[in-house]
Design a protein around this ligand. Structure first.
Ligand code: FNR
Length: 190
């Protein structure tokens, strides 16, 4: 039997009842025994400031940096704010892109998923995020793309994904995510 991948996840939303965080929590069940998924917290990241960086990496940043580098791959679940990447997530990426090489994303296979309560399902945020991950040399799953629209109608009050079609789309996507992550094994990472 193939060893399950040890994946980590970042949510672009900090709110307790976030649809995107709930979506990330729903993934392991849909993936069966293909991987474990540890949700990493960016809640304690300060706003990036080069002066702070000169005093050393904040412990919250170091913890997440290490967890990403030790993982087999990263899944980012993000909302869209004003047609872009939420500031908190971009701030976290900026922190994690710093420090000694390899930085937090260099060579880390990554997949993006996003949900919004509108009709565009985070299309624009995902493109902006993809552009940033390209700059950071994080190989990012090109397709299929998962853009979940009207997510408020697809989850129940407890944040359980109830929509059968969306569950099917995610199950298919997760199989591709696994194939993608296995193409970039940790042992071959610089
Ligand atoms: C939004 N929302 C939003 N939705 C969208 O599809 N496109 C957008 O540009 C925006 N812009 C936006 C800006 C700000 C500041 C907020 C707070 C919200 C709505 C957003 O998709 C919705 O609130 C999601 O539910 C947020 O995701 P979480 O927190 O539930 O994961």
């Amino acid at each position: 039997m193939t060893t399950p991948l040890e994946l980590v996840a970042l949510s672009g939303s900090l709110r307790a009842r976030s649809y995107n965080t709930a979506l990330l929590r729903a993934l392991p069940e849909l993936a069966g025994d293909r991987f474990t998924l540890t949700l990493l917290s960016i809640h304690e990241f300060p706003v990036f400031n080069h002066d702070l960086e000169l005093d050393g990496m904040p412990p919250a940043v170091t913890r997440v940096h290490r967890a990403i580098r030790e993982s087999d791959g990263l899944i980012i679940g993000t909302p869209e704010y004003n047609h872009g990447v939420p500031g908190g997530l971009k701030n976290a990426i900026d922190w994690l892109s710093r420090g000694p090489m390899p930085h937090g994303f260099f060579g880390i296979p990554t997949a993006i998923v996003g949900a919004s309560d509108g009709a565009f399902g985070t299309t624009r945020a995902q493109y902006a995020l993809r552009q940033t991950l390209t700059a950071l040399n994080a190989p990012t799953l090109p397709a299929p793309q998962v853009l979940i629209t009207h997510v408020d109608q697809k989850m129940d009050a407890e944040g359980r994904l109830t929509d059968a079609t969306t569950r099917g789309v995610l199950t298919h996507w997760l199989a591709e995510v696994e194939r993608w992550m296995r193409r970039f094994p940790k042992s071959e990472r610089s």
